[in-house]
Design a protein around this ligand. Sequence first.
Ligand SMILES: [Zn+2]
Length: 178
Amino acid sequence: MRCPYCGGLDTQVKDSRPSDDSSAIRRRRICPDCGGRFTTFERVQLRELIVVKRSGRKVPFDRDKLQRSVETALRKRPVEQERIERLVSGITRRLESTGEAEVSSEAIGEAVMEGLKGLDDVAYVRFASVYKNFREARDFEELLGHLAAGAAQATPPADAVVPVEEAPPSRRPRSRAS
Ligand SMILES: [Zn+2]
Protein backbone atom coordinates (compact mmCIF):
# COMPACT_ATOMS: atom_id res chain seq x y z
CA MET A 1 0.00 0.00 0.00
CA ARG A 2 1.49 3.26 -1.14
CA CYS A 3 2.09 5.93 1.52
CA PRO A 4 -0.36 8.80 0.90
CA TYR A 5 2.15 11.33 2.23
CA CYS A 6 5.44 10.56 0.48
CA GLY A 7 4.42 7.95 -2.10
CA GLY A 8 6.70 5.33 -0.56
CA LEU A 9 5.69 1.75 -1.34
CA ASP A 10 7.18 0.01 1.67
CA THR A 11 4.54 0.76 4.34
CA GLN A 12 4.10 -1.58 7.30
CA VAL A 13 1.00 -2.82 9.10
CA LYS A 14 1.19 -1.95 12.82
CA ASP A 15 -2.19 -3.24 13.89
CA SER A 16 -5.21 -5.08 12.42
CA ARG A 17 -8.65 -5.32 13.93
CA PRO A 18 -12.28 -5.57 12.84
CA SER A 19 -14.27 -2.36 12.52
CA ASP A 20 -17.07 -1.73 15.04
CA ASP A 21 -19.66 -3.59 12.99
CA SER A 22 -17.19 -6.28 11.88
CA SER A 23 -17.89 -5.52 8.23
CA ALA A 24 -14.28 -4.50 7.64
CA ILE A 25 -10.75 -5.06 8.85
CA ARG A 26 -9.03 -1.89 9.91
CA ARG A 27 -5.28 -1.79 9.45
CA ARG A 28 -3.11 0.91 10.92
CA ARG A 29 -0.04 1.42 8.82
CA ILE A 30 3.16 3.33 9.17
CA CYS A 31 5.56 4.49 6.50
CA PRO A 32 9.22 3.89 7.41
CA ASP A 33 10.34 6.50 4.89
CA CYS A 34 8.47 9.52 6.26
CA GLY A 35 6.94 8.27 9.51
CA GLY A 36 3.44 8.92 8.16
CA ARG A 37 0.57 6.97 9.74
CA PHE A 38 -2.64 6.05 7.98
CA THR A 39 -5.46 3.52 8.12
CA THR A 40 -6.80 1.17 5.46
CA PHE A 41 -9.99 -0.88 5.42
CA GLU A 42 -10.45 -4.29 3.91
CA ARG A 43 -14.04 -5.02 2.94
CA VAL A 44 -16.13 -7.60 1.16
CA GLN A 45 -17.00 -6.59 -2.35
CA LEU A 46 -20.01 -8.60 -3.42
CA ARG A 47 -19.76 -7.70 -7.07
CA GLU A 48 -18.16 -5.30 -9.44
CA LEU A 49 -20.46 -2.37 -9.96
CA ILE A 50 -20.24 0.04 -12.83
CA VAL A 51 -21.47 3.59 -12.40
CA VAL A 52 -23.04 5.25 -15.42
CA LYS A 53 -22.51 8.98 -15.20
CA ARG A 54 -24.84 11.63 -16.56
CA SER A 55 -22.49 12.06 -19.50
CA GLY A 56 -22.87 8.35 -20.27
CA ARG A 57 -19.30 7.65 -19.19
CA LYS A 58 -18.85 4.44 -17.22
CA VAL A 59 -16.52 4.13 -14.24
CA PRO A 60 -16.06 1.42 -11.59
CA PHE A 61 -18.01 2.06 -8.41
CA ASP A 62 -15.69 3.54 -5.79
CA ARG A 63 -16.81 3.12 -2.18
CA ASP A 64 -14.14 5.52 -0.94
CA LYS A 65 -15.39 8.22 -3.25
CA LEU A 66 -18.93 7.68 -1.98
CA GLN A 67 -17.67 7.90 1.60
CA ARG A 68 -15.75 11.09 0.87
CA SER A 69 -18.80 12.82 -0.56
CA VAL A 70 -20.89 11.73 2.44
CA GLU A 71 -18.17 12.93 4.82
CA THR A 72 -17.91 16.24 3.00
CA ALA A 73 -21.63 16.79 3.47
CA LEU A 74 -21.32 15.85 7.16
CA ARG A 75 -18.22 17.95 7.85
CA LYS A 76 -18.31 19.41 11.38
CA ARG A 77 -21.75 17.95 11.97
CA PRO A 78 -22.36 16.06 15.23
CA VAL A 79 -22.59 12.62 13.61
CA GLU A 80 -20.40 9.74 14.77
CA GLN A 81 -17.95 8.21 12.31
CA GLU A 82 -19.50 4.83 12.99
CA ARG A 83 -22.88 6.01 11.71
CA ILE A 84 -21.25 7.41 8.59
CA GLU A 85 -19.59 4.03 8.02
CA ARG A 86 -22.90 2.27 8.45
CA LEU A 87 -24.65 4.63 6.05
CA VAL A 88 -22.01 4.15 3.38
CA SER A 89 -21.98 0.38 3.90
CA GLY A 90 -25.74 0.25 3.68
CA ILE A 91 -25.87 2.25 0.47
CA THR A 92 -23.09 0.14 -1.04
CA ARG A 93 -24.81 -3.13 -0.16
CA ARG A 94 -28.11 -1.92 -1.55
CA LEU A 95 -26.45 -0.92 -4.80
CA GLU A 96 -24.63 -4.24 -4.98
CA SER A 97 -27.75 -6.24 -4.35
CA THR A 98 -29.97 -4.69 -7.02
CA GLY A 99 -28.92 -7.47 -9.38
CA GLU A 100 -27.88 -4.94 -12.00
CA ALA A 101 -24.27 -4.69 -13.11
CA GLU A 102 -24.68 -0.99 -13.77
CA VAL A 103 -26.05 1.74 -11.57
CA SER A 104 -26.68 5.36 -12.54
CA SER A 105 -24.95 8.17 -10.67
CA GLU A 106 -28.45 9.60 -10.13
CA ALA A 107 -29.50 6.44 -8.26
CA ILE A 108 -26.46 6.76 -6.00
CA GLY A 109 -27.19 10.43 -5.40
CA GLU A 110 -30.79 9.65 -4.49
CA ALA A 111 -29.66 6.89 -2.11
CA VAL A 112 -27.24 9.28 -0.39
CA MET A 113 -29.93 11.96 -0.09
CA GLU A 114 -32.33 9.43 1.44
CA GLY A 115 -29.68 8.34 3.93
CA LEU A 116 -28.62 11.85 4.89
CA LYS A 117 -32.20 13.00 5.30
CA GLY A 118 -32.58 10.61 8.20
CA LEU A 119 -29.17 11.44 9.64
CA ASP A 120 -28.68 15.20 9.52
CA ASP A 121 -30.74 17.96 7.89
CA VAL A 122 -27.80 20.27 7.30
CA ALA A 123 -25.77 17.56 5.59
CA TYR A 124 -28.80 16.68 3.52
CA VAL A 125 -29.17 20.24 2.26
CA ARG A 126 -25.43 20.52 1.61
CA PHE A 127 -25.34 17.31 -0.38
CA ALA A 128 -28.54 18.07 -2.28
CA SER A 129 -27.31 21.52 -3.26
CA VAL A 130 -24.19 20.05 -4.82
CA TYR A 131 -25.84 16.96 -6.24
CA LYS A 132 -28.73 18.81 -7.80
CA ASN A 133 -26.41 21.60 -8.90
CA PHE A 134 -28.66 24.34 -7.63
CA ARG A 135 -28.43 27.47 -9.66
CA GLU A 136 -31.12 29.50 -8.01
CA ALA A 137 -32.05 30.37 -4.47
CA ARG A 138 -35.54 29.18 -5.33
CA ASP A 139 -34.27 25.58 -5.49
CA PHE A 140 -32.92 25.94 -1.97
CA GLU A 141 -36.13 27.39 -0.65
CA GLU A 142 -38.07 24.56 -2.18
CA LEU A 143 -35.82 22.00 -0.51
CA LEU A 144 -35.98 23.78 2.84
CA GLY A 145 -39.73 23.89 2.43
CA HIS A 146 -39.75 20.11 2.08
CA LEU A 147 -37.66 19.77 5.22
CA ALA A 148 -39.93 22.11 7.14
CA ALA A 149 -42.96 20.18 5.96
CA GLY A 150 -41.37 16.94 7.12
CA ALA A 151 -40.57 18.40 10.52
CA ALA A 152 -44.08 19.79 10.84
CA GLN A 153 -45.52 16.37 10.11
CA ALA A 154 -43.40 14.81 12.82
CA THR A 155 -44.22 17.39 15.49
CA PRO A 156 -46.98 19.78 14.52
CA PRO A 157 -46.41 23.11 16.26
CA ALA A 158 -49.43 24.36 18.17
CA ASP A 159 -49.43 27.69 16.38
CA ALA A 160 -48.89 26.34 12.88
CA VAL A 161 -50.15 28.74 10.28
CA VAL A 162 -52.13 26.93 7.67
CA PRO A 163 -51.83 28.66 4.32
CA VAL A 164 -55.25 29.66 3.12
CA GLU A 165 -56.12 30.74 -0.36
CA GLU A 166 -56.80 34.38 -0.57
CA ALA A 167 -60.49 34.96 -0.22
CA PRO A 168 -62.06 36.09 -3.47
CA PRO A 169 -63.42 39.64 -3.48
CA SER A 170 -66.92 39.75 -2.18
CA ARG A 171 -69.45 39.60 -4.97
CA ARG A 172 -72.50 39.40 -2.86
CA PRO A 173 -75.28 41.47 -4.34
CA ARG A 174 -76.11 44.52 -2.36
CA SER A 175 -78.95 44.08 -0.06
CA ARG A 176 -82.14 45.09 -1.80
CA ALA A 177 -83.57 46.22 1.47
CA SER A 178 -81.51 49.40 1.46
ZN1 LIG B 1 5.70 8.02 3.58
